[in-house]
Design a protein around this ligand. Structure first.
Ligand code: HEC
Length: 697
C-alpha cells in the first residue's frame, strides 16, 4: 500500500493526471484515461491534458449516452462529479443510491440503495463518491459506507458491518448529533480524510476534520476545528463553547498534497450563523484555510479569512493547489475562493498570503451580547469577482415595476455596510449573498497560463431576525429554518404538505436524529415536546402553545426570514449581470476576462439576453484550449468557451440544470464529457439524468 502510494505521489509530481483514489491502477494506458477523484485530480484544479475534443471540433459534440436514475422528486438535487476508472463510472442519484455504469455506453452495472427501498429522509445534497482499491467509499446521512467496487455490496469488515457512524468519536453524546457529508473525502496512503456537513443552527455538531482507516473504517485522527482546552485557538471562544458550539465544518471537501503529506481544508461559519452571543471571540478555526499533516492531523498552519462570522460566509469550496509565478519565482500555493468574491492565495508551506492584505475597520453596532470583530482583512489582489456592496444604484432596472418592488424592500432594510451585524429592527442585506460570489463548484486552474476560472453568483440575500419570545415549541425550535408558517425558507424545506409524505414515526425520527443539515433534537427535547410538534405538522393544531423549551441551545434571537432578494416576479433584485464567469491571472492578480453567465429562458425569449443567472458546479479546463461548464440554474445548458478569451464555442442542451462539475475521460480511444443534470436549485425543476457527450465516430 505504502509503496504504491509513494509511486502515486511521484506520478502526481510529474503533472500527470492522478489521484490517490486510484492507487495501483493505470492512469493513462493509451486508449483509456481516468477521472479518478472528485474534481479530476488531487489538486482540485479540474484540469485535463485529454485533447480529442478541441476548440475546432467541439461544435460537433453529440450526446453519446444518457443514464436516467429515475430517482428525482420535487425539490431534489443531484450534484455528483462522476468518478471514472478503467471504463467504469461511479456516481450517485437524487435519493442517494450509488451506481456503477459502463462509462462508454451508460449501461448500469450495479446500484446500491443505502436506505433499502424506504423513502429517503428528505432531499440530499451530495457531490459524489471516492473509489479506492476494491471499494467505493461514500456518505449517506450519518453513515460512512464502504461498498464493493465490483458488486456494490457493503464490505462487512468496514466499520460495524459496512459503515461507520459519523456521529461517534466527536466527544459528545451521539443522540444529540446530526452529521453527514455532502462532499466526498480524499485518500492519502491508508487514510480516508474528510470534512462534514452539520447544522447551521443549534444544537449542531463540531466540524472535526477526520481520517479513517480505508480498510477497517477505524478513526485514525481528528482535528478539532473548535479547539478543546489546551489547543491553539481555544481562547478565541468562551470556555465551554467546545462542548456545545457547532459548525466550523469543511463541507465542501478537503484537498491533499501527497508529496508534502499535507491536507488542506476550508471551513464554514460557527453555528448559529447569525447571532454569536454564545460564541464571543474570533472563533478559530471557522472561516479558515487550514493546513494539516495528512498522517497525523496536526496543524501546520491556518489563516482565518473572516473573524466571528455573522453572515453565513462559509468558505464554499475546497482549497485548490496551484503553482504560480510570483515576483519572478515559481511558488507552490493554495488558492481559496470565498462567498464574498475574493481569491486568497497562500504560500503552500507557510500559509502567508502572496498578495498584500488590507485591514479594514468594521461596524460594531450589534444586538445585545453580540461582539462583531472590529476589523476584517481583505486581499488587495486579485480584485473581487463579485460586486461588494448593494447601493440604491445597483437595484434592478429590468422593468419599472421590478425596480419599484426592489426599492421598497431596499428602503425597508436600509443596508448601511456590507458587514453590518444582523439586527431585529430592519433586517440585513447580505451581498454578495449566502450562495456567493463563489460556491461549491470551486475554481478551475490552467497551469500553462496561470488563469483561475470561477463562476460567480450575483444575488443579494435578505435576513430578518426576531427575539425568540415565541409561545409555541414549533416557533421556538423549527421556525428558524422552516418558516413561521411552515412555508419553508432557504434554511429548510416547506413542511406544509408533510402529512402526504411522512408518517408520524418518520417525522419523530427526523426530529430526533436530524438529517445532517437539520439538527438532531433527540437530546434537547423530550418525547412530549416531539409529539406536540409532530401533531402540529400533521394536523395544523398546535398543542405546544404556551410550552416553551428551556434548552441551553436556544438563543435569544432566531431567524424569521432568510431568502434571496428578488423582485415581484422572482428575478434577482439587483442589476444584471446576475451571474458571471471570470478568468483571473494568479501570477499578476489581474482579470483576463469576465462575461455574463447563464440566462432565464423566459426573458431570453423576449429578447432579454445574457442577463447571467446563479450557477452551482464548477468548470473543467483542457490543455488544448477549452473551458467546459454547465452549472447555470435555469437554462439547462452545458457550454464550452475558448479558455483564453471567454468566447462561446459550443452549447449543449440538457434535460435539467447541470448543477454539478463535469468529468472528462477516455474509454476505448474516445473522449467523453459527462454531467449530472439534477436541477432543483432555487425553484428550478429537478432532474435525475446523467448525460455524456462525445464526438461522433
Ligand atoms: C437549522 C435548520 C433547521 C432547523 C432548526 C430544523 N430543521 Fe427540519 N430540516 C432542515 C433541513 C435543511 C431539512 C432538509 C434535509 C436536509 O437538507 O438535510 C429539514 C428536513 C425536515 C423534515 C423532512 C422534510 C421532508 O420533506 O421530508 C422534517 C419533517 C423536519 N425537517 C422537521 C423539523 C422540525 C419539526 C423542526 C423543529 C423541531 C426542525 N425541522 C428544525 C433544517 C432545519
Amino acid at each position: 500500500m505504502r509503496v504504491q502510494s509513494m509511486l502515486c505521489a511521484v506520478i502526481a509530481a510529474s503533472g500527470t493526471f492522478v489521484g490517490g483514489a486510484s492507487i495501483g491502477h493505470a492512469q493513462q494506458s493509451g486508449a483509456s484515461t481516468n477521472w479518478p477523484v472528485y474534481g479530476g485530480d488531487n489538486d482540485h484544479t479540474h484540469y485535463t491534458t485529454l485533447g480529442q475534443i478541441s476548440p475546432t471540433n467541439v461544435t460537433k459534440l453529440k450526446i453519446a449516452w444518457t443514464y436516467a436514475t429515475r430517482d428525482e422528486f420535487a425539490g431534489s438535487e443531484m450534484q455528483a462529479n462522476p468518478i471514472v476508472i478503467d471504463g467504469v463510472l461511479y456516481a450517485t442519484t437524487p435519493k442517494l443510491h450509488v451506481f456503477a455504469l459502463d462509462a462508454a455506453t451508460g449501461k448500469e452495472l450495479w446500484r446500491f440503495d443505502p436506505n433499502n427501498g424506504a423513502p429517503p429522509t428528505s432531499r440530499f445534497r451530495h457531490r459524489g463518491v471516492v473509489v479506492t482499491g476494491d471499494r467505493v467509499i461514500f456518505n449517506y446521512r450519518n453513515r460512512l459506507y464502504a461498498i464493493d467496487r465490483k458488486t456494490g455490496r457493503p464490505i462487512k469488515t468496514f466499520g460495524d458491518s459496512g459503515w461507520v457512524d459519523l456521529r461517534a468519536g466527536l466527544g459528545r453524546p451521539v443522540e444529540g448529533l446530526s452529521v453527514s457529508a455532502s462532499s466526498p473525502g480524499v485518500v492519502f496512503e491508508n487514510l480516508f480524510i474528510m470534512g462534514s456537513t452539520v447544522p447551521e443552527g443549534l444544537p449542531s455538531a463540531p466540524g472535526d476534520i477526520r481520517a479513517f482507516d480505508v480498510q477497517s473504517g477505524k478513526l485514525m485522527w481528528s482535528f478539532h476545528t473548535i479547539p478543546h482546552p489546551g489547543e491553539l485557538g481555544y481562547d478565541t471562544w468562551p470556555t465551554e463553547a467546545w462542548k456545545i458550539s457547532g459548525g466550523v465544518n469543511a463541507w465542501s471537501g478537503v484537498t491533499v498534497d501527497a508529496k508534502r503529506a499535507m491536507v488542506f481544508a476550508a471551513t464554514g461559519s460557527a453555528s448559529y450563523d447569525f447571532y454569536g452571543a454564545n460564541r464571543t471571540g474570533d472563533n478559530l478555526y471557522a472561516n479558515s484555510v487550514i493546513a494539516l499533516d495528512a498522517r497525523t492531523g496536526k496543524r501546520v498552519w491556518h489563516y482565518q479569512v473572516l473573524k466571528h462570522d455573522l453572515w453565513d460566509r462559509d468558505l464554499p469550496a475546497a482549497p485548490m493547489l496551484v503553482t504560480v509565478t510570483h515576483n519572478g519565482a515559481r511558488v507552490d500555493a493554495v488558492a481559496q475562493i470565498t462567498k464574498t468574491g475574493h481569491v486568497w492565495l497562500f504560500d503552500r508551506d507557510k500559509g502567508t498570503p502572496l498578495f498584500p492584505v488590507q485591514d479594514r475597520t468594521m461596524p460594531i453596532v450589534a444586538l445585545d451580547g453580540e461582539h462583531p470583530s472590529p476589523t476584517q482583512h481583505f486581499p488587495t489582489l486579485p480584485a473581487p469577482f463579485a460586486r461588494q456592496q448593494l447601493t440604491v444604484n445597483d437595484l434592478t432596472q429590468r422593468t419599472p415595476a421590478a425596480h419599484a418592488a426592489a426599492l421598497k424592500i431596499f428602503n425597508e432594510y436600509k443596508p448601511s455596510h456590507p458587514f453590518e451585524a444582523p439586527n431585529v429592527t430592519k433586517g440585513t442585506i447580505i451581498y454578495p449573498g449566502v450562495d456567493g460570489g463563489g460556491e461549491w463548484g470551486g475554481p478551475a486552474y490552467d497551469p500553462q497560463t496561470g488563469l483561475l476560472y470561477v463562476n460567480s453568483n450575483e444575488m443579494a440575500w435578505l435576513l430578518k431576525l426576531v427575539p425568540r419570545s415565541d409561545q409555541s415549541l414549533y416557533a421556538a425550535t423549527c421556525a428558524s429554518c422552516h418558516g413561521d408558517k411552515r412555508q419553508g425558507s432557504a434554511g429548510g424545506p416547506s413542511l406544509l404538505d408533510i402529512a402526504s409524505r411522512r408518517s408520524r414515526e418518520q417525522i419523530i425520527k427526523i426530529i430526533k436524529e436530524g438529517t445532517g443539515r437539520m439538527p438532531a433534537f433527540g437530546a434537547a427535547m423530550d418525547g412530549g415536546a416531539t409529539n406536540d410538534i409532530t401533531t402540529y405538522l400533521l394536523t395544523g393544531t398546535d398543542a405546544s402553545i404556551g410550552k416553551v423549551n428551556a434548552s441551553p441551545f436556544f438563543l435569544k434571537y432566531r431567524t424569521a426570514y432568510f431568502d434571496i432578494f428578488t423582485d415581484h416576479e422572482g428575478y434577482p433584485a439587483v442589476k444584471t449581470p446576475w451571474g458571471t464567469l471570470n478568468a483571473i491571472n494568479l501570477n499578476t492578480g489581474k482579470f483576463a476576462w469576465t462575461i455574463p453567465f447563464g440566462e432565464y429562458p423566459k426573458l431570453a425569449a423576449k429578447g432579454v439576453r445574457n442577463t447571467g443567472t446563479d450557477s452551482y458546479g464548477g468548470a473543467i479546463v483542457t490543455e488544448n484550449g477549452l473551458l467546459i461548464i454547465a452549472a447555470t440554474t435555469y437554462d439547462n445548458k452545458i457550454r464550452a468557451f475558448d479558455k483564453r478569451t471567454g468566447k462561446l464555442l459550443w452549447t449543449g442542451a440538457l434535460p435539467a440544470a447541470g448543477n454539478a462539475t463535469p468529468s472528462t475521460y477516455m474509454v476505448n480511444g474516445k473522449q467523453y464529457v459527462v454531467i449530472a443534470c439534477g436541477g432543483g436549485k432555487n425553484g428550478a425543476p429537478s432532474g435525475g439524468t446523467y448525460v455524456a457527450f462525445a464526438l461522433p465516430n
